[in-house]
Ligand binder design. Sequence first.
Ligand code: FAD
Ligand code: SF4
Length: 339
Amino acid sequence: MNNFSYTKAYSVDEAVSLTNVNEDNKFIAGGTNIIDLMKYFVTEAETLIDINKIEGKRDIVGLDNGGILIGALMTNADTAYHPLIEEKYPLLSKAILAGASAQIRNMATNGGNLLQRTRCYYFYDIHTPCNKRTPGSGCSAIKGYNRIHAILGHSENCIAVFPSDMCVALAALAAIVHISGLDGDRTLAFSDFHRLPGDTPNIDNNLKKGEVITGIELPGNGFSKNYSYLKLRDRSSYAFALVSVATGLELEDGLIKEARIALGGVSHKPWRVQEAEEFLKGKKADAENFAAAADIILQGAAGFEHNGFKIKLAKKAIVRNCMMALDPSSQRPGAKPSL
Ligand SMILES: Cc1cc2nc3c(=O)[nH]c(=O)nc-3n(C[C@H](O)[C@H](O)[C@H](O)COP(=O)(O)OP(=O)(O)OC[C@H]3O[C@@H](n4cnc5c(N)ncnc54)[C@H](O)[C@@H]3O)c2cc1C
Ligand code: SF4
């Protein structure tokens, strides 16, 4: 790890001005990702600005529009176990608790979760070419061992996936990211927050240099009656998703009034296809219609030498998870869906 200075910011304004002093100043929140990246020499900082002392960003506030605003500095654990989240947004709670370990969730913050970097092995190995780490150096994964990599939205420059569980639920819930920077405050729809790799895989998201995430807004509809989060991985705990699915359904007289389906582990950003959700509107909530929606979601999917299996896995995971959403008791640990 390279030497760095450390300082604390006590307000959003102070954090923004401190990070803009030097191109290489960076924020630290829970530190569960940035410290690893610094230890592996993947990233470095002139000064780490600790934002944990900023007041008022560790709680949940109700909004006039019926939604809520979750503080960016609230931990993943406090968020998942907050009574309001458990009651109104259980999909988010489930997704968070599917990630990492209890110890990591106790440290990790919501803002940091959105900004965690890919788990591509080559990205972490500074002795291999990687366009995300060193633009223009090449992509070792395309012809390398690409079992965990993308099947959707990849480019010839990068096939990495975004590893978060929490963000898959946030995509399905149509969250809005609250941001502050030198130019003032702004919001970004969750679907516009993360980027596809294209020609600039080194840029993960549309946050501008020196901006701080202050909160995550959730609209009023938390799909709390019919929801499910399914995470498929090589180990049943403490492993990142090969494929994950977040589903929220609103049903009326046995028909689907509204559907939300987002995929994780398959692309550079949580993958949501509104055409599939439109297709489901007014249809019977059954395996056949969910399978047709899965085909729409996976349109254009293309695998590589070691990850082609993800296409079939994702389609089956979507159907299984949507069926589980019909029976929220299936969210009990170990419960199996009735297919
Ligand atoms: C062993 C291990 C297993 C894991 N498994 C999973 C898993 O299964 N699923 C999953 O989803 N995640 C997993 N994670 C990732 C974990 O969830 C993230 O590391 C964590 O959410 C990052 O939050 P943090 O507060 O620690 O971020 P930090 O490490 O402090 O920061 C991460 C980045 O965000 C920036 N940043 C932080 N907060 C803000 C803010 N408010 N505004 C602007 N910039 C900010 C920092 O500058 C840094 O660039 C795992 C991590 C580890 C170490
Ligand atoms: S997939 Fe992306 S992160 Fe992985 S080696 Fe290629 S460029 Fe780097």
